[in-house]
Design a protein around this ligand. Structure first.
Ligand code: MV4
Length: 461
């Protein structure tokens, strides 16, 4: 086991990693920017190093400052959390060169899956269903139009370096193709510095269902079942739950096999997530693989009883996963609501000082947060300030528990999306588990609210 882990992140996930290290008896090093000096992850870590100014590029994305901090403190591993450097193959390589363990999969696998066009190819090779579309990236509008004619409109053009929805364009007919391809490529170039895009058949009302997997360095691959993550706004997930109300045990089994086949194909080591789209007839298609721990991992921890961060650390230190597939079940139901500091009308981030912070408690409640009374939410980072995670013996118990938890979560001084979350979990279709990518539309055009800011093209059509 490692002696000391540097946590290259901030906020709730940095704190979550510290708790796992404590339980494993591993020392911790927090890194922080100028504006995070008084943060809880700094307070609770054994050691801390200031790595630069507030701006991400100068601190949490500053590879040389982070590596220097690891060397100065003699850390033997780095946990990147999510976001920031978690899916940087370059960072994983530098860690390797510096003889610091990167707590995640190999740089090669991070790079392979980071290119969504090559990921599609690799996954298809493993016999896992992908949506019909291009074989890798497309070069010209003519080529894209040829593929679209083959698979049938509508199609979607996605950035190869993307993921999470940036650089996406829905194309409904041949006339739109040239312009759409041009804008998608320009967006991809601007966002990722790589203009490559690929084409696939567009599903109008899919669900997003993802499988958690664990692979260790002894070739063991396990799945920890799925998370339903369909409720998103502008490609930011808002509510996640497990198990998915859409899956039967038979379909769960098939999707789990597909997820494990992907992991086996690339020799996956550490925690990973295979994202699928599910169409109205419940056919599933590989969408992307995330080679990191995800925001919504507590949902899986709750239904399986497995501490995913501890498993990531154990795997990276060369230990086998101490479970067999037969030991992993689903107990109860879990729902997570992301609590964001944002304006309820404009959805703009709403930084500031929290004057009152009262978290709900009682049976079946978990709150992952680094916020507290009198803390300041800086404007430089993500607006997610807490995750409210509830479990119930049934989905309906989890829903009623979520309602009472949201009602007793008191945050004053800044605006939050707690009222929006309360409306989502009270929605009749949510209660029935009838979800699709269009679910949030109804919350964005209600009478109490003025006209919303124009949604990105992929959500308006
Ligand atoms: C899609 C799609 C329909 N067809 N791909 C990709 C990134 C993710 N954040 C949204 N993505 C989508 N990819 C094909 N071929 C629809 C979406 C999509 C979506 C998917 C799941 C949940 C919410 C969504 C909201 C908008 C678009």
């Amino acid at each position: 086991m490692f002696r000391k882990i540097l946590i290259a992140n901030r906020g709730e996930i940095a704190l979550r990693i510290i708790w796992a290290c404590r339980e494993l008896g591993v020392r911790t090093v927090a890194v922080h920017s100028d504006v995070d000096t008084d943060s809880l992850h700094v307070k609770f870590a054994d050691e801390d190093v200031c790595i630069g100014p507030a701006r991400n590029a100068e601190s949490y994305l500053n590879i040389s400052a982070i590596i220097s901090a690891a060397e100065i403190t003699d850390a033997d591993a780095i946990h990147p959390g999510y976001g920031f450097l978690a899916e940087s193959a370059h960072f994983a390589e530098i860690c390797q060169e510096c003889h610091i363990a990167f707590i995640g999969p190999s740089a090669e696998v991070v790079r392979l899956m980071g290119n969504k066009a090559t990921a599609r190819k690799t996954v298809a090779q493993a016999g896992v269903p992908v949506l019909p579309g291009s074989d890798g990236s497309v070069g010209t509008a003519a080529e894209a139009a040829r593929i679209a004619a083959e698979v049938g409109y509508p199609v979607i053009v996605k950035a190869s370096a993307g993921g999470g929805g940036r650089g996406m364009r829905i194309v409904r007919n041949e006339e739109e193709m040239e312009r759409s391809l041009e804008t998608a490529m320009a967006e991809a170039k601007a966002a990722f510095d790589v203009p490559d895009v690929y084409v696939e058949k567009y599903l109008e009302r899919p669900r997003h269902v993802e499988f958690q997997i664990l692979g260790d360095s002894f070739g063991n691959i396990l799945h920890l079942n799925e998370r339903e993550c369909t409720i998103q706004r502008r490609h930011q997930k808002l509510v996640e739950e497990a198990p998915s109300p859409a899956l039967t045990p038979a379909l769960r089994g098939k999707m789990a096999e597909a997820a494990m086949a992907v992991a086996r194909e690339v020799g996956y080591v550490n925690a990973g997530t295979i994202e699928f789209l599910l169409d109205e007839r419940r056919n599933f298609y590989f969408m992307e693989m995330n080679t990191r721990i995800q925001v919504e991992h507590p949902v899986t921890e709750t239904i399986t009883g497995i501490d995913l961060i501890k498993e990531q650390i154990r795997i990276a230190s060369g230990e086998p996963v101490p479970y067999r597939q037969e030991d992993i079940g689903i107990v109860g139901h879990c729902i997570e609501c992301r609590i964001n500091a944002e304006d309820p009308v404009t959805f703009a981030p709403c930084p500031g000082r929290i004057t009152t912070f009262h978290v709900p408690g009682g049976p079946g409640i978990r709150v992952d947060t680094a916020a507290h009374q009198d803390c300041v939410i800086p404007p430089y980072y993500d607006s997610m300030i807490a995750k409210l995670i509830v479990r119930g013996n049934s989905r309906s118990e989890a829903i009623s528990r979520m309602k009472r938890a949201l009602d007793s979560f008191v945050i004053e001084g800044i605006k939050t999306n707690i009222p929006l979350q309360r409306r989502i979990v009270s929605d009749p279709e949510f209660e029935l588990g009838e979800l699709s990518t269009r679910f949030m539309d109804r919350f964005l055009h209600t009478k109490e609210e003025p006209a919303p800011a124009p949604a990105p093209a992929e959500e308006t059509t």
